[in-house]
Design a protein around this ligand. Structure first.
Ligand code: UD2
Ligand code: MN
Length: 575
């Protein structure tokens, strides 16, 4: 129950790392394509040789058109493509297959031009090109993929070619992380033969995205490396504001604003710069989004200026190639997926760089609700990566993550080299990072108690899933104490909140729920009386108790002699 891979990780904001693994049998061959990709009359900056190349040969076996008078050029200007509710059986099957294979609506993607137009999401201020240096460095764009859908991958590459100044792109390096989908074999080389900037590199075995990115970097020659996921779309003017920051200071690592491309309709959603978020993380070492903190807002006159971000989401960023090398690129002991974004974020800040989100640069990404590809059977990959991260970079603060995973660290391999890297670079402490770069993060050691909240007579513990984006399951229940942290990990703050990261135990008169912490006490205010072991609730004056049937929580009149109101708090420190 403590968030193993395979469960929904439940994140704030967009689903990043909200994916769950699927360890299924081999992916069936692709079906269901149609001719719309060929009808390219609307694409921006079209070059003659780019036309009529988009159709994957072996996918063309079975062409299923949507019925009736379906839109002519669906998805242009980032508009949503909505399939009819009633679909013929073969079409419905093709749609379902697309979802199964990709965890997004591949059928819809196949209807949309790989050169489709997008809205321009930039603030007016960003379009004044005189603010960017004229002599910008060249970048190689590295795109790693494992079993990506054909039209989605092509659209990613074309959005780079179509919407970047040609002289700023050195190469586009496609790193195939051992895909087995047929359209990603020779057909890919054939297609990109007409595009001299595009280079394809094949891994000899499944490496995972981290080692695939290192492989890509090893083939890069340009001064700057820009990484993108294989299901992105770059918007007009995305590149210059990123390169400008690096040209001014080569230790600045930059991320675009990541706009949301709907997994279902492929609609392109964006917000103006007042809606920009920065990256954080929680003690489960999961990435999370937050609004720009006040202290950071104050540094700027204009909300479109680059903002400091404690962490990056991971997939979309640009970095000076030499600085990346100096930081030891990524830890090559990380497998498949996850944690590398925090590793790069922590060391960027701790080892002399800065990490920024650049609101003038927008790139869209298809956020998926689950991970469609195979991970590694029998290994908790994410935990292994996170333990390596914690061992090397987090000093004493690693204990909070370990507590959260029931101190079950598994086998994380050898990190001697990574520790040496950190020592050689004379990087600052994790405490420095928290104090200066991420002071908003709630530290378990600053709380009155952290760990389990157990009902003494029954051995049952307060238990709740992470608050999910959809806000579906916010109820708090009880479950036998398991000592594994996870869903039974709580922090009692000095201000009387019972927290799980940014969620708080909340009672508004009905159920006890998890709700985003608001800092206003009220329904989220609890006081623990160590002598009577009761948990008093602020506004209601009631006490937290376990029902007589011992299967749920209830709030009731406080009574010191009632055992079901007695709780013990792990790591309780009344001073
Ligand atoms: C987010 C990041 C992703 C990465 C990940 C944590 C964004 C928008 N996305 O998850 O880039 O940092 O967090 O590790 O910030 N891939 C491979 N080999 C594999 C698995 C994946 O090449 O074994 C490719 C995959 O095709 C994709 C990229 O790596 O292009 C990222 O994978 P994802 O899209 O499943 O990750 P995502 O967006 O959920
Ligand atoms: Mn992705």
């Amino acid at each position: 129950r403590n968030v193993p891979i395979g469960e929904d990780f439940g994140n704030n904001g967009n689903v990043i790392g909200g994916a769950q693994k699927e360890d299924e049998a081999d992916i069936p061959p692709t079906v269901g394509k149609r001719k719309v990709e060929l009808e390219e009359d609307k694409k921006p900056r079209k070059k003659a040789h780019e036309v009529a190349k988009a159709k994957p040969q072996d996918d063309a076996k079975k062409v299923i058109d949507p019925p009736g008078n379906f839109e002519e050029n669906p998805g242009e200007m980032g508009k949503p493509v909505r399939l009819p509710k009633e679909m013929p059986d073969d079409m419905k099957k093709a749609v379902d297959d697309g979802w199964t294979k990709n965890a997004f609506n591949q059928y819809v993607s196949d209807l949309v031009s790989v050169h489709r137009s997008l809205p321009d999401p930039r603030d007016a201020w960003c379009k004044d090109s005189t603010q960017y240096l004229t002599n910008l460095p060249t970048t190689d764009v590295i795109i790693c993929f494992h079993n990506e859908a054909w039209t989605v991958l092509l659209r990613t590459v074309h959005s780079v070619l179509d919407r970047s100044p040609e002289h700023l792109i050195g190469k586009i390096i496609l790193v195939d992380d051992y895909s087995d989908m047929p359209h990603l074999k020779k057909q890919l080389e054939d297609y990109f033969a007409a595009y001299p900037k595009v280079q394809i590199i094949r891994g000899q075995k499944r490496e995972g995205l981290i080692r695939a990115r290192i492989l890509g970097a090893n083939h890069a020659k340009s001064a700057v490396l820009t990484y993108l996921d294989s299901h992105c779309e770059c918007t007009e003017g995305w590149l210059e504001p990123l390169l400008d920051r690096i040209a001014r200071n080569s230790t600045t690592v930059v991320c675009p604003v990541i706009d949301v491309i709907s997994d279902d309709t492929l609609e392109y959603h964006y917000r103006d710069s007042s809606g920009v978020n920065v990256g954080g993380f929680d003690w489960n070492l999961q990435f999370s989004w937050h609004s720009v903190p006040e202290r950071e807002r104050k540094r700027h006159n204009n909300s479109a200026e680059p903002v400091y971000s404690p962490t990056m989401a991971g997939g979309l960023f640009a970095i000076d190639r030499e600085f990346f090398d100096r930081l030891g690129t990524y830890d090559s002991g990380f497998d498949i997926w996850g944690g590398e974004n925090l590793e790069l974020s922590f060391k960027t800040w701790m080892c002399g760089g800065t990490l920024e989100i650049v609101p003038c640069s927008h790139v869209g990404h298809i956020f998926r609700k689950r991970s469609p590809y195979k991970w590694r059977s029998g290994v908790n990959v994410l935990r292994k990566n996170s333990v390596r991260l914690a061992e090397v970079w987090m000093d004493d603060y690693a204990q909070y993550y370990y507590h959260r995973i029931g101190n079950d660290k598994g086998d994380w391999g050898d990190v001697t080299d990574r520790k040496k890297l950190r020592a050689d670079l004379k990087c600052k402490s994790f405490k420095w990072y928290l104090d200066n770069i991420y002071p908003e993060l709630f530290i378990p050691g600053d709380s009155v108690a952290h760990g389990e909240i157990a009902n003494l007579p029954t051995g049952m513990c307060l238990d709740a899933k992470e608050l999910s984006t959809e806000g579906d399951d916010t109820s708090v229940s009880i479950y036998e104490c398991h000592g594994q942290g996870g869903n039974q990990y709580w922090m009692l703050s000095k201000t009387g909140e019972i927290r799980r990261d940014d969620s708080c135990l909340d009672y508004a008169g009905k159920e006890v729920t998890l709700y985003p912490c608001h800092g206003g006490k009220g329904n989220q205010f609890w006081s623990y009386r160590a002598n009577t072991k009761q948990l008093h609730h602020g506004t209601s004056g009631k006490c937290l108790a376990i029902s007589d049937s011992k299967d749920k929580l209830q709030m009731e009149e406080c009574n010191v002699s009632v055992a079901r109101q007695q709780w013990s708090m792990e790591n309780y420190d009344s001073s």
